[in-house]
Design a protein around this ligand. Structure first.
Ligand code: GDP
Length: 355
């Protein structure tokens, strides 16, 4: 073979099988068909459920496309659950509570999925629920499924992935979804916008029942549960219950017509747990009767459409090369008192509009 021909062959080979395509093919071959995914998930197959969640969490574009297809097909099977958000500061006993509450529910023959939203998970790869030994019993329960917080570069990313995971879990037959979040910052708002019932865990005795509480979180709560109501703590927990009840009366009534409840429990002694489920059941009864339940879910869907658009627009904007350059320039000028922050912002915005 002459050199010219050899070169042509090399070229043809190169065109036929560039490395990237080989890789894509391999990935494609490895993935089961969407149909298999859907059928298996609908039968409650946990392996396929986990695989599908991994696709949602993946940054690989083929995985993402597959995940979108699976999600779309899963939608008709989803939605038939109660979604409960659980928040509270670190150490309040969220994991311990979810362990006993989850066990209580599985004993009632519920299928329980436990998910999490942890905005810090991009740094430490999912701190909450990351350590599954914290829910030793629940993790071994065949009617429970526990998935740690997905990692992402933004809270919006973490929230979206968790929200999509809810759909998959529902399609797999999980009828009770518990979503844990840390009691700091914006993550509560994200969880609140994807659950039917929002539960705030508190501790008694810190003397901050009325002062130290974040108003916004209290307003979101459908129930305030004072945990660690055991031993010497029991009395102050009961006192705190009265205080919270009084405080809640100062808040405006909720759109749902639901009056938030205050209750005490001990995750360690497994007391007060049954009552919390009863509270949730009466909430469901009320909100399904007055249509708030469906209305609320519709509004949440709308919220997520707009939220996703917002996030994509922002990302595209800030990723723009010229915007980055201009932003750097004007920030310096603001620092040197050469520009007002508003003028600076307008300059950056105009940069993008000029394109
Ligand atoms: P999280 O950070 O909110 O998830 O809290 P954990 O569930 O990890 O609990 C923090 C600590 O509080 C652990 O040492 C638990 O054993 C303890 N704890 C949790 N619930 C209770 C309770 O009901 N009573 C008592 N006395 N301790 C509890």
């Amino acid at each position: 073979m002459d050199t010219k021909n050899k070169n042509i062959q090399k070229e043809v080979k190169g065109i036929k099988q560039p490395k990237s395509i080989q890789k894509i093919k391999l990935n494609r071959e490895k993935l089961p068909s969407t149909k298999i995914f859907i059928e298996s998930i609908a039968k409650g197959n946990i392996t396929y459920l986990s695989k599908a969640i991994t696709l949602i969490e993946s940054t690989n574009s083929i995985h993402q496309k597959k995940a979108i297809k699976i999600l779309r097909e899963c939608l008709p099977y989803a939605n038939k659950s109660v979604r409960i958000g659980i928040t509270g500061v670190p150490g309040v006993g969220k994991s311990s509570f979810i362990e006993v509450f989850g066990k209580h529910l599985t004993q009632l023959e519920k299928k329980v999925a436990v998910l999490a939203i942890d905005p810090s998970s991009s740094i430490n790869k999912g701190s909450i629920l990351g350590d599954k030994t914290r829910m030793e019993q629940l993790v071994r329960d065949s009617n429970a499924f526990i998935r740690p917080s997905p990692a992402s570069d933004s809270l919006g990313g973490v929230a979206r992935k968790t929200r999509e995971t809810i759909i998959l879990c529902e399609a797999a037959g999980f009828d009770t979804i518990l979503i844990e979040t840390v009691g700091v910052g914006q993550s509560e708002t994200a969880v609140h916008s994807m659950v039917d019932f929002f539960l705030l865990l508190k501790l008694a005795g810190a003397g901050d029942e009325l002062q130290g509480i974040k108003r916004g979180i209290i307003e979101m709560a459908d129930a305030i549960i004072i945990n660690k109501a055991d031993g010497e703590n029991l009395k102050i927990a009961q006192l705190a219950k009265t205080e919270f009840n009084r405080a809640l009366h100062l808040f405006p009534p909720k759109k749902s017509n639901w009056i938030p409840k205050v209750s005490i429990c001990s995750a360690i002694e497994n007391s007060g747990i049954e009552n919390i489920w009863k509270i949730i059941l009466s909430y469901l009864k009320l909100t399904k009767k007055n249509n708030y339940f469906d209305e609320h879910r519709n509004n949440q869907n709308k919220f997520w459409v707009l939220e996703t658009i917002d996030e994509q627009l922002k990302r595209k904007f800030y990723d723009n090369k010229d915007v980055k350059k201009e932003l750097k320039k004007v920030l310096k000028q603001v620092q040197n008192n050469q520009l007002t922050p508003f003028e600076a912002a307008n300059k950056v915005l105009l940069k993008k509009n000029k394109e």
